[in-house]
Write a protein that binds this ligand. Structure first.
Ligand SMILES: Cc1cc2nc3c(=O)[nH]c(=O)nc-3n(C[C@H](O)[C@H](O)[C@H](O)COP(=O)(O)OP(=O)(O)OC[C@H]3O[C@@H](n4cnc5c(N)ncnc54)[C@H](O)[C@@H]3O)c2cc1C
Length: 302
């Protein structure tokens, strides 16, 4: 692995940070060490990096803002790839935006609002990157990325750059083509919005921010909703009805404010959070006979 890191540096494939604590790169603020994080500068360096990792049979994982991930405490003996440098943004023909996968979604939402473009208000409180949000088909308030993404430029597993149209992205509730094909990497997205009234858009964002502050435990580290809502039901409501709000394991707790959030309230470990997720899942299964599906992703637990 030392040789590999040296090669990445010598070949100038991106800035390298070695022996990093993943807790610094996830919104849960938990996770063990990773051998290195690499920040490729552009598509060419990313392509060369992946080629090298494949030829050396080294595991890798692309992450965005780590706001939907639960890494274990185990050392991640591979390379984490972060596309923060893919942050270019260009406004096209008035209501379209071409934006890099590393661009923060919340920043994009407020920029669109400033330009008087409507359609991204739902994203004003989602702390992900554009790439991670396309992967997850992140959404809120009955909207999601699938409504606004026109096309997605991706790197395929055989290292070709292709463009997928909205239809090909197969967006569904918290699901997309990328989730079903995790070896594709989102590079850039074209988003289509509508012209709107700047003041009205900013009002909606302000009102939703207030609602989030009131209903979500934003003062603690978390990764948002733990479970997907089953059709016609709310996971949070079922968890609350079982009296699980405030349930703790180690430093992890089912939020008292929002039952579908698990918070790291006091130096939780990844294990604390995972055990609490399992406990909630099993209680809901026992009492409601509903097998809740996890929205968050467990990484490096095998
Ligand atoms: C306080 C809070 C509130 C939240 N509210 C919401 C909400 O309202 N709605 C909602 O949907 N989610 C919400 N979330 C969850 C989370 O923010 C979203 O799922 C977000 O879209 C994840 O983006 P990310 O960049 O953090 O992805 P990460 O967590 O870093 O990664 C998620 C997955 O995407 C993959 N990925 C990341 N970037 C790329 C890329 N460029 N190409 C290919 N794959 C990639 C990763 O490999 C991983 O599998 C919330 C989270 C928090 C902490």
């Amino acid at each position: 692995m030392d040789n590999l890191i040296e090669k990445i540096t010598t070949l100038n494939l991106g800035k390298v940070e070695e022996n990093v604590l993943l807790s610094k790169y996830t919104t849960y603020k938990v996770g063990g060490k990773a051998r290195a994080i690499v920040y490729p500068k552009n598509i060419s360096s990313l392509t060369r990096l992946i080629k090298l990792l494949k030829s050396e049979e080294v595991t890798y994982k692309v992450i965005g803002n780590g706001s939907n991930l639960l890494f274990s405490e185990k050392k991640y003996d591979g390379i984490i790839i972060k596309l923060s440098e893919f942050d270019e943004i260009k406004f096209l023909n008035g209501n379209k935006i071409r934006v890099g996968a590393g661009y923060p979604l919340m920043k994009l939402s407020s920029l669109a609002a400033k330009k008087g473009l409507t359609g991204l208000e739902f994203a004003s409180g989602i702390p992900g990157s554009v790439g991670g949000s396309v992967f997850m088909n992140a959404g809120a308030y009955k909207s999601d990325m699938g409504y606004i993404v026109k096309e997605v430029k991706v790197l395929t597993p055989d290292l070709k750059v292709i463009t997928l149209e909205n239809k090909e992205m197969n967006f569904h509730y918290r699901s997309s083509f990328l989730q079903k094909h995790p070896n594709f990497i989102c590079l850039e997205v074209v988003i289509k919005l509508e012209k709107g009234n700047k003041q009205a858009i900013e009002e909606v964002i302000k009102e939703r921010r207030k609602r989030r502050m009131e209903s979500q435990p934003l003062e603690y580290p978390s990764a948002g909703s733990v479970f997907r809502n089953p059709t016609g039901m709310f996971a949070g409501e079922m968890i609350e009805n079982l009296g699980l709000k405030g349930k703790k394991i180690g430093g992890a707790m089912v939020s008292k404010k929002h039952a579908n959030f698990i918070i790291n309230y006091k130096k939780a470990t990844s294990n604390d959070i995972k055990k609490l997720i399992d406990l909630v899942h099993d209680e809901v299964l026992e009492k409601y006979k509903v097998d809740l599906k996890i929205e968050q992703e467990f990484v490096n637990w095998e």
